[in-house]
Design a protein around this ligand. Structure first.
Ligand SMILES: Cc1cc2nc3c(=O)[nH]c(=O)nc-3n(C[C@H](O)[C@H](O)[C@H](O)COP(=O)(O)O)c2cc1C
Length: 173
């Protein structure tokens, strides 16, 4: 797939077919995630791939922002404590930035594999950490719900380039 097709064609999918996604395909998504850039190449991430229906339902119950019945959920976690130890006080913010980069890679790789995804932040992070058995200092930052798309939504409008781009100094168009 052309990179531009990935960037412009990917949508947040919230309706999936009831089909399992093979684990080797899920592994290709995590592989794309681990090739994301990260500050100092610290790679302060870990991914809990949830594909058991009962565990997906448990996650759903603590995620008001999950509107679908996905075939899988990838919990993108930050190794926050290790990041702070390695990078100092900035480590927490940097780790959050890094896991977002990984999440975008995963979303694009899923789209290229014919899957739909939706990034979800509206969930109870501490409950998710307990449910997923995350060790101390490891924080689920994003959930990525995914599966074979049933319905692909229309693209929400984007703010115009003119509204968001400034040349050299704010306000210079
Ligand atoms: C950090 C972040 C958090 C999001 N949280 C949710 C969420 O909790 N529930 C949801 O349905 N979509 C969520 N989304 C998806 C956005 O609603 C979606 O990306 C946006 O509407 C643009 O649509 P598009 O992804 O199809 O281009 C989130 C996206 C991002 C980047």
């Amino acid at each position: 797939m052309e990179l531009s097709e990935g960037i412009y064609g990917r949508r947040s999918v919230r309706s999936y077919l009831p089909e399992r996604v093979p684990r080797d395909v899920l592994d290709t998504l995590i592989d794309a995630g681990r090739w994301a850039p990260s500050a100092g190449c610290a790679q302060p991430w870990a991914f809990v791939v949830v594909d058991e229906p009962v565990q997906i339902q448990r996650l759903k119950s603590i995620a008001p922002g999950m509107f679908s019945e996905p075939a899988f959920v990838i919990a993108v976690c930050a190794e926050r404590q290790a990041a702070v130890q390695r990078m100092g006080p900035q480590g927490e913010t940097l780790a959050l930035m890094d896991v977002c980069m990984a999440a975008q890679n995963i979303s694009l790789a899923a789209y290229a594999a014919g899957l739909g995804t939706c990034i979800i932040r509206s969930f109870h992070q501490r409950a998710a950490a307990v449910l997923l058995g995350c060790p101390d200092g490891v924080v689920p930052e994003l959930l990525i719900a995914g599966g074979r798309p049933d319905r692909i939504p229309r693209a929400p409008n984007r703010r115009a380039l003119d509204q968001i781009r400034h040349f050299n100094r704010w306000g210079q168009k």
